[in-house]
Design a protein around this ligand. Sequence first.
Ligand SMILES: *Cc1c(COP(=O)(O)O)cnc(C)c1O
Length: 385
Amino acid sequence: MELTKYIEKFKKIETPFYFYDIDLLRQTLREAQLHSQMIANSTIHLAMKANCNETILSYTKKAGFGIDAVSGGEISRAIQSGFTGSQIAFAGVGKTDKEILIGLDNDILCFNVESVPEIEIINTLAKACGKTAHIAIRVNPNIDAHTHKNITTGLNENKFGIALEDLIPTIRKIQNLSNVDYYGLHFHIGSQILDMECYKQLSLKINNIQHALEGEQIQTSSINIGGGLGVDYEHPQEHPIADFYTYFRIFKEYLQLRPHQTFHCELGRALTAQYGALITRVTFVKKTRNKQFAIVDAGFFFFFLFSLYQAHHKAINLTSDKPCEKYDLVGPICESTDIFGEDIILPQTQRGDIIAILSAGAYGHVMASQYNCRPLIREITSEQL
Ligand SMILES: *Cc1c(COP(=O)(O)O)cnc(C)c1O
């Protein structure tokens, strides 16, 4: 992402704010779309929980993507942004009745369900509306995604999905209910996955599952392999676009889709992280006996993910080209975890310098809070400058 050309503009704007580079956004969408076409009948769904900015939704819609929603609010927001219900998959372990009704009202593509009680409730509510809901079953494939334990979701010990042993009885259950149809299989094994071997394992597992289902004369219309493709947080400038090629190539090579089947994936981080930056100003530089702190005006209330699973984001000083020194880059909050980086190398930094925290487009603004009565942080796109 080319930030230097915006420095003069950034200087005039009150910090902190999230900045989105629309050129890189469009390039990212183009590249993802291009490589997904290796696979017939494929649709990429934007996992809206990573970023639901209106401009981003609008470009994503224009590029022909669908939506992966995890709440009724996200479904409504997607519809407002021009997506049709048939482009929306609805996931989540704890859908409320109200949220299910929002899905039914909008005739969404499918409910990705995680338990039998959920199927029963969807059936009851669908019956009351005179509709039939498409059900995709989230299967827990018990695959280790080799990522941080707080973002691993596909192991037996996680709360997600239905265990493999329960899959066929669950499908039979759906077939016996009047207002739900068995539509497909859904998987999601974790987030920030860089070890592509996991996706090969997942493909092979899905092949076995399909084989077993066909042995029972069960036809599956759609396979949704979830999201989780990781990005390069350490070298975002060298690798501004996730490795979509390898991701789709693996499924192309190992996943045996049937001719009639549609293929879906749900990407959040890979579609949104790298074109976002958190732009913040240095309030003070504080030297102690053995440390040097650069204190900035953004804290973890704007970027919750730092404390959630110790994400490491690259920070750059946009306004200094002096020789480098070591700093702890910290926010103003009264918490020791309010820290963006320890012992990071920055050009000599002073009060007023503008620091960009990179790869901040995913799970950034969507999680921002107003902790300490601070105003909610704004989002500014390159088109608005
Ligand atoms: C969070 C989530 C995603 C997106 O995850 P990323 O790691 O951001 O790609 C996709 N599918 C489901 C079901 C999710 O919960």
